[in-house]
Design a protein around this ligand. Structure first.
Ligand code: FAD
Length: 651
């Protein structure tokens, strides 16, 4: 039996980004003892990288803004595949969450009248993103961290111990949710530095682990984004939805190769930046789809006037939702009108004085100067699409953030599905983290209280912990596999880095921004082979800080989520939002009614049965819940006919 250190908590939150910290604060404020676990150092989560801002209809810059307009924009951006209740709660509660941040010490940029400033972003009808220059995520995390420290100080005064009610376990990775029967009973993981195993027992676990971008070769995402929470949910028996929808942000750096994929914030376009091809043409005017025709300017003159007079002009097409802009850039490059390094040009240098650029976009100025030796105040940037965000995630109850089918499991932030439908609007993630992070913490705390009151606290059995430890240790004893049809002949242990590279290349080439049935079938074939080879992923050395070992463990998760993406993308025979098919280019109203649900085929969660290499994911089609009539009434009928079926419209 492997030695596993065990502790007992009321609520365990996996993830210390915006969603995880907001959940932990809420659970602690409800009187629960809460543990937060994160892979990196406290304060280093992916949320720190968020640049542009937090979307909330505070109406500070245009008083016509309100939650109904925000709701409409969010549904349009997601092409009506969003869970309407999540979009409603999000639009209604986002302003309160931003004001709350301010009371906790966040220092937002101000309007001349001293209100929180709000900037334009793609798909948002009015200036809506509260921001701190282009470093908003850093301020968000700093503020939540500060709130946690202040709660810990209160706990020290009350109990003599800072960490008695709220403790952060940093540089620790969770590899399994453990259960007692159907119910969650805690988590199993390892300390990255020492390699020691631990189990935190708790009746309620909140997943707040972020996204999946590291399964793709070109991505804006950090090393932490290996889809762990998505995989943990599947392995615990919870389904995922919308996994075919992966957002390719239109503007990532394309040069030099070492920084390919790093994000160029949408604020550049929000603040006046324009996209041009190699012929100097502002090409986005050629790519305004019918569904958005009435809302976007048809000429450069009108587009430019909009910045000064938004009430009497329509917005520039550079501010279309991200999926539209990414596809347009892709098409221009394919047509041979790209920039020297395979992107297009994004220019602010001819649109704003240098000092304004440096004040409003300080990180972008610094990023291009340092990484590409480009001065964005004097010359255009070269940009192209980069894998940025996953709309798909854990299927949750909109009000409580409870995961479907697994009592005690909750999910919030990028790991949860439903909120953004087929495409997320910029700025809607940071607000999502705060709105649903708070709800997840609240309901996890209530669930833990009820469990305590009923005297039925779940307890994980030793066998599960032993199996989880054996699974984590397998890379140290990887042996040459038996000859296998899909894995090829037996051979020495596989190098996890090679497997990772092959996975990223396959996902980029075959399930990327533009998809085709044959290529996705090929992707599934390669994934099956990689999965079998990954069982032989071997590492040398010991458990003390061993990155090869960490990657070998993470591969299981990336392969699982990649299979979900590929299977769901192959099944959905239409194009919508972050899912574009060359062979099915139209949006189909019948498909709007359907969610694709991914479940693990093996009910034992893969601990008992060996992987046969024939796929681990089972797909189901599920009808979307009908949109509440008062919310439908917020749209013109002319618009609804583009999305809803005749039958839905009659109802
Ligand atoms: P994260 O902040 O990523 O936190 C995940 C946490 O989970 C981390 O602490 C990680 O260590 C932990 N974790 C993961 N797996 C495990 C495991 N197995 N065990 C233990 N811990 C684990 N959105 C906006 O709304 N506005 C913006 O301006 C914006 N700008 C962006 C700019 C960039 C460059 C990028 C990449 C994204 C941007 N986004 C923006 C998107 C947004 O930042 C993310 O969607 C959001 O921060 C995700 O937050 P989260 O709390 O869900 O996860």
């Amino acid at each position: 039996m492997t030695q596993v250190e065990r502790q007992a908590w009321d609520v365990v939150v996996i993830g210390a980004g915006g969603a995880g910290l907001r959940a932990a604060i809420e659970a602690r404020e409800q009187g629960m003892r809460c543990a937060v676990i994160c892979k990196s150092l406290f304060g280093k989560a992916h949320t720190v990288m968020a640049e542009g801002g937090i979307a909330a209809s505070m109406g500070n810059v245009n008083e016509r803004d309100n939650w109904q307009v925000h709701f409409r924009d969010t549904m349009r951006g997601g092409k009506f595949l969003n869970h309407w209740r999540m979009a409603e709660l999000h639009a209604q509660e986002a302003p309160d969450r931003v004001w709350e941040l301010e009371t906790w010490g966040a220092l937002f940029d101000r309007t001349p009248e001293g209100k929180i400033s709000q900037r334009n972003f793609g798909g948002h009808e009015y200036p809506r993103l509260a921001h701190v220059g282009d470093r908003t995520g850093l301020e968000l995390i700093r503020t939540l961290q500060q709130k946690i420290v202040s709660l810990q100080q209160e706990d020290k005064a009350a109990t003599g111990d800072y960490e008695s009610r709220l403790k952060v376990f940093q540089e620790c990775t969770v590899t399994r949710i453990v259960k007692d029967g159907d119910r969650v009973a805690g988590v199993f993981g390892y300390e990255r530095e020492s390699g020691r195993f631990f189990a935190l027992e708790a009746p309620a676990v909140v997943l707040a682990t972020g996204g999946i971008g590291k399964s793709f070769k070109v991505t804006s995402n950090s090393w932490e984004y290996t889809g762990d929470g998505h995989a943990l949910a599947l392995l615990a028996g919870a389904p995922l939805i919308n996994m075919e929808f992966v957002q390719f942000h239109p503007t990532g750096m394309v040069w030099p190769p070492s920084v390919k994929g790093i994000l160029v914030t949408e604020s550049v376009r929000g603040d006046g930046g324009v996209l041009r091809n190699s012929e100097g043409k502002r090409f986005m005017f050629d790519y305004i789809p019918d569904v958005f025709k009435e809302k976007y300017a048809q000429s450069e003159g009108e587009a430019d006037r909009w910045y000064e007079d938004p009430d009497n002009n329509r917005r520039p097409p550079e501010l279309l939702p991200r999926d539209e802009v990414a596809r347009a850039i892709n098409a221009e490059v394919k047509a041979g009108r790209g920039s020297p390094h395979g992107g297009v040009f994004l220019d602010v240098s001819t649109r704003m004085p240098a000092e304004v650029i440096k004040r409003r976009l300080p990180s972008m100025h610094h990023q291009f100067k340092e990484l590409a030796d480009v001065d964005i105040t004097a010359e255009p940037m070269e940009v192209g699409p980069t894998c940025h965000y996953v709309m798909g995630g854990v299927d949750v109850d909109p009000d409580t953030a409870a995961a479907t089918g697994v009592p005690g499991l909750f999910a919030a932030g990028e790991v949860a599905g439903g909120m953004h439908g087929s495409n997320r609007l910029g700025g809607n993630s940071l607000s999502d983290l705060l709105v649903f992070g708070r709800r997840a913490g609240l309901h996890a705390a209530r669930y833990a209280q009820e469990t305590a009151a009923s005297g039925t606290r779940p307890v994980p059995d030793e066998t599960q912990l032993d199996l989880a430890a054996a699974e984590a240790l397998r890379p140290f004893s990887a042996e040459a596999g038996e000859p296998d049809e899909s894995a090829g002949p037996a051979g020495p242990p596989e190098n996890p880095y090679t497997l990772h590279q092959e996975l990223q290349q396959s996902m980029n080439d075959l399930v990327g921004i533009i998809r085709k049935a044959g290529e996705m079938e090929e992707a599934l074939h390669r994934l099956a082979s990689l999965r079998v080879r990954a069982r032989r992923a071997g590492v040398e050395g010991h458990r003390q800080f061993n990155p090869g070992w960490h990657l070998a463990i993470d591969l299981r998760n990336m392969l699982l989520v990649s299979e979900c993406v590929a299977r769901a993308a192959l099944e959905r025979t239409e194009s919508r939002g972050g899912h574009t098919r060359d062979d099915c280019p139209e949006m189909d109203r019948e498909w709007r009614r359907l969610n694709l649900v991914c479940r693990l085929s093996d009910p034992s969660g893969g601990l008992a049965a060996p992987d046969t290499g024939h796929g681990q994911i089972r797909l189901e089609r599920r009808e979307m819940p009908p949109i509440r009539p008062d919310l439908l009434n917020l749209f013109e009928k002319d618009e609804l006919v583009k999305y809803l079926t005749d039958e839905e419209l009659t109802q």
